[in-house]
Design a protein around this ligand. Structure first.
Ligand code: PEP
Ligand code: MN
Length: 247
């Protein structure tokens, strides 16, 4: 339960770990977010990209980098698992496992993470109802792993002004229907840097237990999701604002 408690407060994504040359960036990002109050470091090393030609992540080499950055900064790490056969190897290095939106109903994967002793962050499927999402969580719980967190990351609607439509009413529904911690990801939920902070405050106001925020030392040059990543300065301002909101 200790790790879940940690992520309840705030999770910050380091950076999608793009190239080995970014090694120092990962370290730098980890230290920075830790100094500004993040409790968990997230980085994607196996990345589920829409196009097979887009950057796919650094795989196990990336996991080593992420683990070492987390270790030096004193932060537990979370990363996505995409296939059942990866679960054990990744669980050896990662403190928390993420199931991405595209795999929310990959039932073999859900069963596999249900069998390891690691908390799981289950992202909501792109077009999934809350009912389907809770049923997916149940797949993990039914295997004996009770450490499941739910992550609202936006759903697909007719609206195209934002990358997804962040469904904050889901937070309210979940708070009533389940004891599982609810995390909100306003980065993927909006897709745009300037929308992240307002939605983060709103998520906190409606009862989210934690936030997942993408941060990048140089978002303009990020290989993935740069448009929605906060700069260090913006992240520091958000953390300060959240501190004030708490009072
Ligand atoms: C991610 O968290 O980096 C990601 C790919 O998000 P999602 O699965 O919510 O699209
Ligand atoms: Mn991302």
């Amino acid at each position: 339960m200790r790790l879940i408690h940690a992520v309840r407060e705030l999770a910050a994504e380091g950076t999608p770990i793009e190239t080995v040359a970014l090694y120092t960036d990962v370290d730098r990002t980890a230290t920075f977010v830790r100094e500004h109050g993040a409790h968990v470091l997230r980085g994607g090393v196996f990345k589920p990209r829409t196009s097979p030609y887009a950057f796919q992540g650094l795989g196990y080499d990336g996991l080593e980098l992420l683990a070492s950055a987390g270790h030096s900064a004193g932060l537990p790490i979370i990363t996505e698992v995409m296939a059942p056969e990866q679960v054990r190897a990744i669980a050896e290095k990662a403190d928390i496992l993420q199931i991405g939106a595209r795999n929310m109903q990959n039932f073999d994967l859900l069963r596999a993470v249900g069998k390891v002793y690691r908390p799981v962050l289950l992202k909501r499927g792109l077009s999934s109802t809350i009912e389907e999402w809770l049923a997916a969580a149940e797949y993990i719980l039914a295997q004996g792993n009770g450490q499941v967190m739910l992550c609202e990351r936006g759903i697909r609607t007719f609206e195209s002004a934002t990358r997804n439509t962040l469904d904050l009413s889901a937070v309210v529904v979940l708070r009533e229907r389940t004891h599982l911690p609810v995390i909100v990801d306003p980065s993927h939920g909006t897709g745009k840097r300037s929308y992240v902070a307002p939605m983060a405050y709103a998520a906190r106001a409606c009862g989210a237990h934690g936030l997942l925020i993408e941060v990048h030392p140089d978002p303009e040059h990020a290989l993935s999701d740069g448009d929605q990543s906060l700069t260090f300065t913006e992240f520091a301002a958000l953390m300060e604002g959240l501190g004030r909101q708490r009072k």
